[in-house]
Design a protein around this ligand. Structure first.
Ligand SMILES: Cc1cc2nc3c(=O)[nH]c(=O)nc-3n(C[C@H](O)[C@H](O)[C@H](O)COP(=O)(O)O)c2cc1C
Length: 267
C-alpha cells in the first residue's frame, strides 16, 4: 500500500518534495507512485517524512526498502534550537589538538557515526564507510606510517623532526581516528565522505568531544600502500576524510573571528 486515502489530505507536499517527480496525482487528487519509481526512487524518505498525517508507506521496490511513517523519527518541539543556540553551537566548533588520556566508549562512537549518516549525499547514496581506531596505539601507528610517507617523499621536515622528538603533529596524540572511505566509482565520494565527516565533527562537539581533520593522514593514505594495508581498505575504495577525535583537554571560552563573508550577488 502506498497511500491511506482516509488519512491523506491531498495537500500536495509529497508531490512537491519528491526529488525525482515520482509521485503524481490520480483522478481524485490522491498521490500515486509512478512506475518509474521502481528504478528511480532513491529512498530518501521525503514523501513519508513530509506527510503530516502519516498517510504514505513506501512499498518494497527493487531499488528501495519499504518505509512506513513509524520508521521515521518524530521531530520533538522541545528539542528545537533557537537561531541563537544554533549560531553559537556552529561557531563554537573548533579543531581540537589536545586530548585527554581517555578512550571514547564504542557505543558513543557508534552514536556519532549514526548521526553522521544523516549528512546529505549525492542521490542519497550514503557511500561513506568508516574505519575507526580502538586504541591510542593503533592511532599512533597510523601517525607513524604518515611520518614514514613524509620521509620517503621528503616533505614536511618540521613534522618529521617533531615526531622524532616525541611530538605528534599528525594526529596530535588523539586516542582515536576515524577514516571515511567510499568506492571511487560512485557519484561524489569525496563530497559525500567530507560531509559525513563534517557532521561527525559537529556531533562530536555536541557530545562534549573534540575532533580535527587529519589532512596529513588523508594525503598519505591516498598513495602509501602500508597505510592502505593497515586500514584494510577494500579494493577500489579511496580515503576521502579522516578525523582524529577524543575528549578535549582544554575548553575554548571564546570564538575567534573569521574572515567574513565575501559574496557576489547576481540578479
Ligand atoms: C580538509 C582539511 C584538512 C585539515 N588537516 C589538518 C591537519 O592535518 N592537521 C590539523 O591540525 N588541522 C587540520 N585541519 C583543520 C584546520 O586547520 C582548521 O579547520 C582551521 O584552522 C580552522 O580552525 P577551526 O576548525 O578551529 O575553526 C584541516 C581541515 C580541513 C578542512
Amino acid at each position: 500500500m502506498f497511500i491511506d486515502k482516509e488519512k491523506c489530505k491531498r495537500c500536495g507536499a509529497c508531490f512537491s518534495e519528491c526529488p525525482y517527480d515520482l509521485i503524481v496525482e490520480d483522478a481524485e487528487g490522491f498521490p500515486k507512485l509512478r512506475l518509474a519509481a521502481r528504478k528511480t526512487c532513491i529512498a530518501c524518505g521525503h514523501c513519508v517524512a513530509v506527510c503530516s498525517t502519516g498517510a504514505i508507506t513506501l512499498p518494497e521496490m527493487p531499488v528501495a526498502r519499504s518505509l512506513a511513517p513509524a520508521q521515521c523519527l518524530p521531530l520533538l518541539k522541545d528539542l528545537r534550537l533557537t537561531p541563537e543556540q544554533a549560531d553559537q553551537f556552529l561557531r563554537s566548533r573548533r579543531s581540537i589538538r589536545s586530548y585527554k588520556d581517555k578512550l571514547v566508549p564504542e557505543e558513543v562512537v557508534v552514536q556519532l557515526l549514526e548521526i553522521a549518516s544523516f549528512a546529505p549525499s549525492a542521490k542519497n547514496g550514503q557511500p561513506a564507510r568508516w574505519i575507526v581506531t580502538r586504541t591510542p596505539e593503533a592511532t599512533s601507528r597510523l601517525a607513524e606510517l604518515t611520518v614514514e610517507f613524509m620521509a620517503i617523499n621528503n616533505v614536511f621536515p618540521g613534522v618529521i623532526k617533531n615526531w622524532e622528538k616525541g611530538i605528534d603533529k599528525i594526529l596530535h596524540g588523539a586516542p582515536h581516528v576515524a577514516v571515511a572511505h567510499a568506492p571511487e566509482d560512485g557519484f561524489n565520494p569525496a563530497e559525500d565522505c567530507s560531509l559525513a565527516a563534517a557532521y561527525l565533527e559537529l556531533a562530536a562537539h555536541a557530545h562534549g568531544l573534540g575532533a580535527c581533520w587529519a589532512g596529513f593522514l588523508m594525503e598519505a593514505a591516498e598513495g602509501y600502500h602500508p597505510i592502505r594495508e593497515l586500514l584494510g581498505l577494500p579494493e577500489g575504495h579511496g580515503v576521502h576524510a579522516a578525523l582524529m577525535f577524543g575528549y578535549p583537554r582544554f575548553r575554548f571560552g571564546r570564538i575567534p573571528p573569521r574572515r567574513g563573508v565575501e559574496v557576489t550577488w547576481l540578479s
